[in-house]
Design a protein around this ligand. Structure first.
Ligand code: ADP
Ligand code: MG
Length: 568
């Protein structure tokens, strides 16, 4: 093909791709615009995973009628005017790319009214071109409606994940901004359900309560107190405020770490590392804290213009930032001062939940099915083993026809349970155990979307979970295998997994159940228990590896022993 300059429309679609990756990017850009406009109330409405509809309504400054069309032109912005402004940006937007990018890949309507104008205006943009403009009344602020995202780009549309995945990304974006701006009232509704509502009280703890739930909110420690960036003092030392969780709460992923630089939500491995360093020795390996860290530093100390989506930043002095964050988090942990007023918040919360209709207390409500022990496929590769003893409370030492076997008790038990659960799932009834008292289980808006998507799978495995107020669920039964085990931890872990397809979830659930119900390393086992474990291991079809793929045993043959002792 000969070289030619691309058509204007094509250029804007290519450029749009950098800003608008998925529905959640649209939500992010629109919410940022509302925040830049000084709104105190922002409501976000989403349908069809954001692909059918995204509507953001605010009560900010609005756009004057003469400027509305201009706002949709590429590189049109009211936020900077010169190169030097680029070094002192405190607004979230500045590239003048969001509205034109969104309008290039979706149908956009805007209704807006600015202070001092007699009437507001309405504008419709189709394929990036203004198709109608009229005068329309509304109170001060703006409402941007985005419909049929990516409809003109079937290839992009195809790359969108399931609705629930897109919803969970959207819920995450809104949750992050709710944490960054506690003084703003946020409402997020997905397919008509309100999934997040913050009071806009200006207290971070209120946002934490709504986003992370009561259990987390109760265990948050204040970071930095009221030490805000005061400017100029001690060179560039950044102000660090926010909250971190006490070691009693932990999560199995880093997704609950939120970072804001001059109130911009950013992702940063360096900052995550700094916070986690503060927990050194306080959390089990594989566990991560919940944290909200607000960094305040002079705009010239940070470059926010390194990424079109503005989600990554570069610090002039990385090590100073690292040290400041780590120190602030550590100080909060060392002091372990609970956040003031949290008891008051918790009481208020309990008062509201009391008003819900009482629920009957349930005992065992599901039949406990005794499964027939049908003929099993005998293991191809595992001979009959004789237990000799236990090593380090973690390994079973056994003798077989050809030498010595060291069996990892946890990995082996995982394999046994994995196959057992798989088999049980094929039965009409799985063994469930009713909880004496139903347990209250809280989820974040993001987790809730995953929970909704996989609700039935969890039920199939024996979890009876029912809605119980705002993002709170009541668990009445759990799989019998997990009774008195850390099933809460297990479910939280699953809800935090990056979502995949359904078959995948079921498999992960099986692996996770096996892992959480298996005997732990470090647990002393009696001779009978070890013999029973080996007997069951002999029955499984893949005895040599655990469901994660690690070996369950090490075999040292008689030949190898002879060689080691120089007998041959
Ligand atoms: P940027 O935010 O980088 O300036 P955008 O394309 O997102 O670029 O928006 C263009 C301009 O439209 C903004 O600079 C602002 O003046 C105006 N604008 C957009 N959304 C709003 C809103 N919700 N309220 C008031 N003004 C808005
Ligand atoms: Mg913007």
């Amino acid at each position: 093909m000969p070289i030619k300059v691309l058509a204007k429309e094509l250029v804007s679609q290519i450029a749009a791709g950098e800003v608008v990756e998925r529905p959640a990017s649209v939500v992010k850009e629109l919410v940022e615009n509302s925040l830049d406009a000084g709104s105190s109330q922002i409501s976000i409405e989403v349908k069809g995973g954001g692909a059918s509809l995204i509507r953001v309504t605010d009560n900010g400054s609005g756009i004057p009628t003469v400027e509305v069309a201009l706002a949709f032109r590429r590189h049109a912005t009211s936020k900077i005017g010169s190169i030097s402004d680029l070094n002192s940006i405190l607004s979230l937007g500045f590239r003048g790319e969001a509205l034109p990018s969104i309008a290039a890949v979706a149908q956009v309507d805007i209704v807006t009214s600015a202070a001092g104008e007699p009437a507001g205006s309405y504008l419709a943009i189709r394929d990036g071109v203004v198709t109608s403009q009229a005068s329309q009344g509304r109170s001060r602020g703006a409402t941007v409606t985005v419909r049929n995202l990516f409809r003109s780009l079937p290839a992009r549309l195809k790359f969108l994940k399931s609705r629930s995945t897109e919803n969970s990304h959207i819920a995450n974006v809104v949750s992050q901004y709710a944490l960054a701006f506690p003084e703003v009232k946020f409402t997020l509704s997905i397919d008509g359900r309100t999934v997040l509502r913050t009071p806009g009280s200006g207290h971070l703890i209120d946002s934490v309560l709504q986003v992370h739930g009561l259990e987390v909110a109760r265990n948050m420690l204040e970071v930095g107190g009221d030490r805000q960036w005061t400017g100029g003092v001690a060179g560039s030392s950044p102000g660090v405020t926010g909250m971190v969780s006490s070691p009693e709460v932990s999560r199995s992923s880093r997704r609950h770490l939120s970072f804001f630089v001059n109130r911009r939500w950013v992702s940063s491995r360096m900052l995550a590392w700094a916070v986690e360093e503060a927990y050194h020795g306080l959390l089990m390996t594989g566990k991560h804290p919940v944290a909200i860290i607000n960094l305040t530093l002079p705009p010239e100390e940070v470059d926010i213009n390194i990424h079109p989506r503005k989600s990554e930043v570069k610090f002039r002095d990385e090590s100073a930032v690292f040290a400041a964050v780590q120190k602030a988090a550590r100080q909060a942990l060392v002091k372990l001062t609970p956040v003031p007023k949290i008891e008051a918040v918790a009481t208020a919360y309990r008062e509201t939940s009391k008003r819900r209709p009482p629920l009957p207390v349930s005992a065992v409500s599901h039949p406990t099915a005794q499964l027939p022990l049908g003929p099993e496929t005998p293991a191809a590769s595992l001979p009959v083993l004789r237990v000799l003893g236990q090593l380090l409370a973690s390994y079973i030492i056994a003798e077989g026809p050809d030498g010595l076997y060291l069996i990892d008790q946890h990995a082996a038990h995982e394999r046994i349970l994995f196959e057992k659960i798989k088999k049980q799932k094929l039965q009409p009834e799985i063994e469930v155990q009713g909880l004496l008292e139903p347990a209250v289980f809280e989820v974040s808006p993001q987790q809730e979307e995953v929970l909704k998507a996989y609700y039935e799978d969890l039920a199939q495995f024996g979890f009876s979970i029912e809605p119980f107020g705002a993002r709170t669920y009541l668990v009445r039964t759990v799989p019998a295998l997990l009774y008195e085990k850390d099933w809460q931890g297990m479910v939280t872990e699953l809800l935090d997994l990056p979502s995949g397809d359904k078959a995948d979830f079921s498999e992960k659930l099986t692996v996770s159940m096996a892992c959480h119900s298996a005997v732990r390393a470090g647990q002393k086992l009696s001779g009978d228990e070890m013999r029973e474990l080996l007997r069951q291991l002999e029955q499984v079809s893949l005895p040599n590896t655990c469901p994660h793929g690690r070996p369950t045993m090490v075999h040292i043959t008689s030949e190898e022993l002879k060689r080691e002792f120089r007998r041959v």
